[in-house]
Design a protein. Sequence first.
Lengths: 253, 624
Amino acid sequence: MSAPPPPVLEARGLVRSFGGVRAVDGVSLAVRAGELLALIGPNGAGKTTCFHLIGGQLRPEAGTVRLAGRDITGLPPPRIFRAGVGRTFQITATFGSMTVRENVQMALLSHAQRLFGLWRPARRQMRAEAEALLARVGMAEQAERASGVLAYGDLKRLELAIALAGRPRLLLMDEPTAGMAAAERRALMALVARLARESGLAVLFTEHDMDVVFGHADRVLVLDRGRVLAEGTPEAVRADPRVRAAYLGGVAA
Amino acid sequence: MDALILQALNGLASASSLFLVASGLTVIFGVSRIVNFAHGSLYMLGAYLGWTLVTRFAGGGAPGPLGFWGGVLLAALAVGLIGVAIEVLLLRRLYRAPELFPLLATFGVVLIVQDLALWAWGPQDLLGPRAPGLHGAVELPLLGLRFPRYELFLIALGPVVLGLLWLLFRRTRFGLLIRAATEDREMVGALGVDQRALFTGVFFLGAVLAGLAGALQLPRESVNLHMDLAVIVEAFVVVVVGGLGSLGGAFLAALLIGELHAFGILVFPRITLVLVFLVMAVVLVLRPHGLAGAAPAAVPPGAPGAAEPVIRPAPLALRRFALAVFALACALPSVLGDYALSVFADFAVFVLFAMSLHLLMGPGGMASFGHAAYFGIGAYAAALLAHHLAAPMAAGIALAPLAAGLAGLAFGWFCVRLSGVYAAMLTLAFAQIAWSVAFQWVEVTGGDNGILGVWPDAWARDRRVFAWLALALSAGGTLLLLRAIHAPFGYALRALRDSAPRAAAIGIPALTVRWLAFAFAAGLAGLAGALFAYGKGSVFPTLLAIPRSVDALLMVLLGGVRTVTGPIWGALAYAGLSEQLVRATDHWRLLLGLAIVALVLFFPEGLAGAARRWWEARESDGRR
Ligand SMILES: Nc1ncnc2c1ncn2[C@@H]1O[C@H](COP(=O)(O)OP(=O)(O)OP(=O)(O)O)[C@@H](O)[C@H]1O
Ligand SMILES: [Mg+2]
């Protein structure tokens, strides 16, 4: 009998402070292949900082990050991308001087290690793949628009397509459905859940909308002032009195 | 020993003067974020006005009714008012423009002031009066050395001014506001302060300091028309080494640079010019924000109104137009005369030079104030090969881009690690180092006399053939650049400019991409330089000097930095304009300066940008 494979993402004891205040204070978490883990907590709880620590945007002061058993702690973002992590940002970040399709092509070209071409036009390369990804997230009709003029919800969708272009094993989504209508939220999360189930993608996401959290997450981790307050199935977390007191209040009751 | 002490004291005196100029520059930068190239002109005006006020308001050359000190103070105040005029009439309109525009506008002011000063005071050096009461030398206690009184006065003045500024900043409301604005511009707006008045006040203060420094030079050295650029470059070095916006840093840096000059002359008389820039480069590499500077608050990429346009393939009409222009250019040499043929070759060279800079400034989002370095290195590579090895032109043209590209790799490695003004200043520092080498390494480069007799091979010596050759190489290089901009490499550059976090998160290695772009642009600038050398038959250190770097910047901005092919039109228009101006009038500086100011104020998108807007408006009308 062989040991079970390591989780896709395993973070242990992550610490990061800003000006003496510990924004993330000893957070440990694990996400398995095919699993959706929701990270929730009030504003300023440290969710985005956790994402930055895992994605390489910030260096942890203590703790380790492992991707499928491999230590990736403190690597710069490009190397973490190559290790198989795709992410979206809470404050959306796309290339405003490119069309929606070119944004995705850019990620595809980078993944294919074709960034240094000097002759063949980029816009003619990996076009079909980019369009397939855009169709998946429902952005096919907007492929020719400048990404700088998109509505907020559409930017979030584009970011998801960009993140998926690197064929990640782990997807980090910081508030992926902000700015969308309820029906769009459900559709987007259903897509992500399907991807996780079909291709074994591990997903870590944050969300303020409790319907999204309790409707799609396999497990929920509650963060408060940088510490893990509770962790478990949606039902268990929802029932946890500490969580209700600290955070959920009347929202999800 | 005595000589060393005297030299150290001399260094301190220079440091004080330098600090006076640099303090104004750094205060202005701290509050307004404007890199004021015209600060050196204010200094020069201080000297000229001081000379007039001290010597002319009396008969017979004796000090006038104001006396020396009255004249100096009045000159400083007058320069303060000139600074206010520059701020109110020009810079005030540019606070929201991209960083480079105010800088170029102030360079326009430099040109204007140069011509006005020439007109008002003539080309000859003016000898300044002595300072009453501070003639001659004194015996220094303890040391038993004699040292000029006036220099001692200057040594004391630096710390006194620093102390007064410190008091001003700590003890007055005006000073509090200046500090607040330096640390956080938005906050001042929130405090309900009249920002305009604050900025104008800061310009007044900075200009007074510059004018005072200039007027105080009168007893030390003669007044001339080269004071402005000489001092501004050093003042920049001081401000950047000290850390932009930091007074204490500027003081430290002024001491460092002053002493470096004093002892550099003793120890390395051959490389004094290089030394200063070498120190600046080392400081910036070790401390990317200067000795005492803080990392600037992150400016959100593409701040107010700076959404970069999408680059799309050129519409068919534009391609046809470009082809037609190119066909015309190919046909033109057959009908041109000798003089026109050499102008034609120059234009081809400038197009490639401007396009190579544009790769960095447009898609790359990096400012280079020292692109002439690579142009000049290419030119010198070709000239040295021809002069010392009698190499054929083909070798020169092949190796020049290589040499410039290697220099780009070496310098660029450092430059791409900095950002904004610091990066731009480092490019300037490297260009000045390259210039000093060309200027001071006389055995190899011929120094100021340059290298003559760099002629093309026999087959290309005919002006017509050479014009075609220049056109072919320029067009080839330009095509390479255009392909690169549309290829994944250019997209990666643009991605880094648009959103650094996103680019990193999809695996784009920022430093590598920028570094290679820097070297690529340098290599093509080197090709342009080599062509220029063969076209002129000679090379001189001015090929690497600051004005040539500014030429390239102007061509790019005139054409439109946010367009793809704009710099081609910018290079043609700018080269054509300055060519005409130089031929038609003695006041070409004045006119060019006014043209630059007008361009920045009324035409910020450049020629191609304006043409695109016109075209898009027409298209959307057509669709309606
Ligand atoms: N770069 C930074 N510098 C200083 N403080 C920071 C920085 N980034 C985050 N913080 C602080 O760290 C704490 C955690 O912030 P974080 O953005 O991780 O919260 P969050 O849970 O994502 O909040 P939200 O739900 O509002 O997105 C906050 O107090 C925040 O002010
Ligand atoms: Mg957040």
